[in-house]
Design a protein around this ligand. Structure first.
Ligand SMILES: Cc1ncc(COP(=O)(O)O)c(C=O)c1O
Length: 646
């Protein structure tokens, strides 16, 4: 009989429960503790979890045996009981008893484990609820962060993109579609290969070492042929960024420094003390330029990417040590350099990108704040960024970093030797260096507007207590105690010598002069762009870069292709489509021609809108139309493969 008006159940040895039993079991599940009246050796025992009972001696059991109790007359709790006729269905419970000892009399002692199925189901239900709530919390957190950080429009857009991606991925699995995509990819790769190899002319290919070493003159001759393969007119100032040339006299000096220190390696300062001095002095000079406090310090690296990657690793290790953060996150503007994405991938740091204001193109600081969690180790801003040449609001970012007690890295890789001279050169500027409270690290590329040879950059920190987390130290390596400041082990001392030589040769007045020339040229180009009604400049650039988009009726990539056909090599941007020019010293004499060509190109497109189709429009147009960017990444990987095709 069931107490409290519950019905009785039949003792059917069936795994399925009838409706009454089910409803009764459901009620029992909601209770906390249970008892059972179970028959052991023919006698009923009232047992609860972990009870010890003494029963008549059982034949054939040993101490430690586990017995399944399958004759249960009643199952119950504080409020309900389920009474069998005579037994409760065994599908409902699972009761085990362990033989503890054989007593001297005819009795044995057993320990009951009342892990009946009622209990298990109740625990399972609880577990299910907890898991469900956790999953809900996880996805709600992600959705909430997306809406809060990216705004509802971006969140919806991302969601649609995500759906499209899933559908596209599934479709890609269909053999006929995969075959079509493979065929298209194959065509693209062949085109890329033809384009790459056609520029090489009839140069001799070498796939193995020459059996006998060549003479110096023969090698020199080959080098000249290889040099003559350069096809873009970079000397004429037709290439955006890329070549940061400080004049041929400086290049000769860099080559001389290279020759003098060709074998030097700063990993061995005891052998090359001069290299140690030049590296330390180069770091000190740049720290001074960026108004570092007396505690300021830094190291040299191989370039902007390594400086940024090192800063991210530094904050990761520092906050793991200081705050115990094991799932680090960094919050950066969507316009930050790809080096941060690389660092996030290398060091397993979650990267959260925050949109920029659609008018100023500066990062939205309020949204940045919303994206910060207790796992955030750092935020970052640029002065200036690569795509649009815009400086983020570093003061606001500094306040945020201080308030949340996290690192703030300012990427001045591109702003390098322009930003620190803007004020003196009489141009508008914005706070960006160590004078801004909250800035904890800055990267500055000596190999860009510092005019050093490629392969040098400086990463700076406010305190040595931050910098120490950048170091790699191994006290017990078989090869000896090992300590190195950055990714590379051995490093080219010759490049350090060249960097030091460039800084010394240029001096403050030299950089002030180049800043005036470069910013003057950027302004001239910007005015030219602004005078073309179909184009618009992105934000208000203050550095050497200017980016522009086109009105809706014109594809800006067509403008890029028109310029390409006139010998200009400028960079395409995406999201939204735009083109940019990183003005170098070489553009000082070509800016007027550029503006003229730009005006004519736009006019040609107005007259004949379909006349601009070229590779930029085709590559970026196709890329934009593919929801699954892994295809674009496949093409990019094939491109890198091609770079290593001898
Ligand atoms: C703003 C910014 N940061 C970082 C980098 C990365 O520098 P690098 O190419 O020397 O690694 C660049 C390169 O253009 C840049 O423009």
């Amino acid at each position: 009989m069931m107490r409290r008006g519950m019905s009785t159940v039949n003792n059917q040895m069936s795994s399925t429960l009838d409706a009454n039993t089910s409803s009764c079991v459901q009620k029992l599940r909601d209770q906390l503790r249970f008892y059972a009246v179970a028959e052991i050796a023919g006698r009923p025992f009232l047992i609860t979890q972990n009870d010890k009972v003494i029963v008549n001696r059982l034949n054939d059991v040993k101490v430690g045996d586990v017995l399944q109790l399958d004759r249960v007359r009643e199952l119950g709790s504080k409020d309900y009981s389920l009474v069998g006729q005579p037994y409760v269905q065994d599908a409902v419970y699972d009761i085990q008893a362990t033989v503890l000892e054989h007593t001297k009399s005819k009795m044995i002692q057993i320990l009951t484990t009342l892990s009946n199925k009622v209990l298990d189901s109740r625990r399972l239900a609880l577990l299910k609820n907890v898991v469900f709530l956790l999953v809900l919390y996880h996805y709600w957190g992600r959705f909430y962060a997306k809406v809060l950080v990216g705004g509802p429009v971006r969140a919806l857009h991302d969601f649609k993109d995500h759906l499209k991606k899933i559908i596209f991925r599934q479709m890609r699995r269909i053999p006929s579609i995969q075959a079509k995509i493979d065929a298209e990819l194959g065509k693209t790769i062949t085109e890329m290969e033809e384009s790459m190899f056609s520029k090489e002319g009839d140069i001799v290919h070498h796939h193995q070492l020459p059996a006998h070493g060549m003479t110096i003159d023969q090698v020199r001759d080959s080098l000249t042929k290889l040099q003559n393969m350069e096809c873009a007119d970079w000397k004429g100032g037709r290439v955006s960024g890329t070549i940061y040339h400080g004049g041929s006299e400086l290049t000769d000096l860099l080559a001389e420094a290279y020759r003098m220190f060709a074998v030097a390696n700063p990993l061995h300062p005891e052998v090359f003390p001069g290299i140690r001095r030049m590296e330390a002095e180069s770091v000190a000079m740049v720290l001074n330029m960026y108004n570092a406090p007396a505690t300021g310090c830094g190291t040299m690296t191989s370039g902007g990417t390594e400086s940024i990657v090192m800063a991210c690793k530094t904050y990761r290790d520092m906050y793991k040590d200081l705050k115990g953060i094991t799932d680090p996150e960094m919050v950066v503007p969507v316009t930050i350099h790809a080096a941060f994405m690389k660092a996030a991938g290398y060091f397993n740091i979650k990267l959260i990108t925050v949109p920029v204001d659609p008018v100023t193109y500066k990062v939205d600081v309020k949204r940045m704040e919303k994206a910060i969690t207790r796992n955030t180790i750092m935020i970052a801003g640029s002065a200036v960024n690569f795509p649009h040449g815009i400086a983020d609001d570093i003061v606001a970012l500094g306040q945020l970093a201080k308030k949340r007690n996290i690192g703030l890295h300012v990427d001045c890789c591109l702003g390098s030797f322009i930003m620190p001279f803007l004020e003196k050169a009489g141009f508008p500027t914005t706070p960006f260096d160590f004078r801004v409270d909250g800035v904890t690290s800055i990267s500055c590329d000596t190999h860009k507007y510092g005019f050093a040879a490629k392969g040098s950059s400086i990463i700076m920190y406010r305190y040595p207590s931050i910098r120490k987390y950048q170091y790699f130290l191994s006290a017990d390596w078989t090869g000896g105690i090992y300590a190195s400041p950055s990714v590379a082990g051995s490093r080219p001392g010759a490049l350090i010598a060249g960097c030091w030589a460039a800084l010394m040769k240029m001096g403050e007045d030299g950089y002030l002069d180049t800043c005036q020339q470069i910013i003057g040229t950027r302004r001239k180009i910007q005015e030219g762009i602004e005078s073309i009604p179909q184009l618009h400049v992105k934000g208000s650039p203050i550095g050497p870069v200017v980016a522009f988009g086109a009105e809706e009726s014109m594809n800006v990539y067509d403008v890029g292709d028109k310029l390409s056909s006139r010998g200009w090599n400028i960079s395409p941007l995406q999201n939204p489509p735009a083109l940019h020019i990183s003005v170098t010293l070489l553009w000082v004499n070509s800016a007027d021609q550029f503006v003229k060509d730009l005006k004519e190109s736009v006019q040609e497109l107005v007259t004949n809108p379909s006349s601009g189709k070229g590779s930029t429009a085709s590559i970026y147009g196709t890329a934009a139309s593919i929801p699954d960017k892994s295809i674009v990444e496949d093409v990019a990987a094939s491109f890198i493969d091609l770079l290593y095709k001898a």
